[in-house]
Write a protein that binds this ligand. Sequence first.
Ligand SMILES: C[S@@+](CC[C@H](N)C(=O)[O-])C[C@H]1O[C@@H](n2cnc3c(N)ncnc32)[C@H](O)[C@@H]1O
Length: 199
Amino acid sequence: MRAEDWDERYAERQQWSAEPNAQIAELLADLPPGDAVDLAAGEGRHALWLTGLGWRVTAVDFSDLGLARGRAQPGADRVTWVTADVTTWSAGPASLDLVLVAYLHLAESETTALLTRAVSWLRPGGQLLVLGHDVENVSAGVGGPQEPAILHSVERLSPVAAQLDVDRLEQVRRETPAGTALDTLLWGRRPGPDVGLRR
Ligand SMILES: C[S@@+](CC[C@H](N)C(=O)[O-])C[C@H]1O[C@@H](n2cnc3c(N)ncnc32)[C@H](O)[C@@H]1O
């Protein structure tokens, strides 16, 4: 989908819950805060939640209208909002403690290229969290995009996982009112000698 298509969706109504995804909240709630980027942040539910925990967050999305919904929320002045295409936007090398990518679905080669760049933005010990619809969700889950080519899987995220010390790379279940959805989770740390020194 193009930025214009997302703008149209966001212009119609709020798209996502104001709450963070439960899996993301579980993994991030107890981390010491630092510098984070939320890639494809949409209405900014995760960026806003993270700033509430003390993180310095940059929220990047190519939909101005999505970000405008986030900008209208309480606490939004503590988030840096950036309208940009994530396939070309860049953070500084080794400048972040966390990159979050939730439910961004691009062609497989674009996903691998983006996440490989994202790993380079992490400080040693910095963490990458990718969560999105699993390819098996089309046949065995509910909701989400129905084009298998843009969905995640353990196999498709493996080239990125190979660049990390991986804590989790697996298919995870997400309960929704419509039934059980299947997501793929990648959760890992950039390796490096001075992990204990960060922050
Ligand atoms: C399903 S929404 C997820 C929003 C948010 N991560 C969340 O979990 O609430 C996908 C978002 O990806 C954004 N997006 C898709 N392709 C993008 C791209 N190439 N550059 C920037 N944003 C993009 C869309 O504008 C949309 O806001």
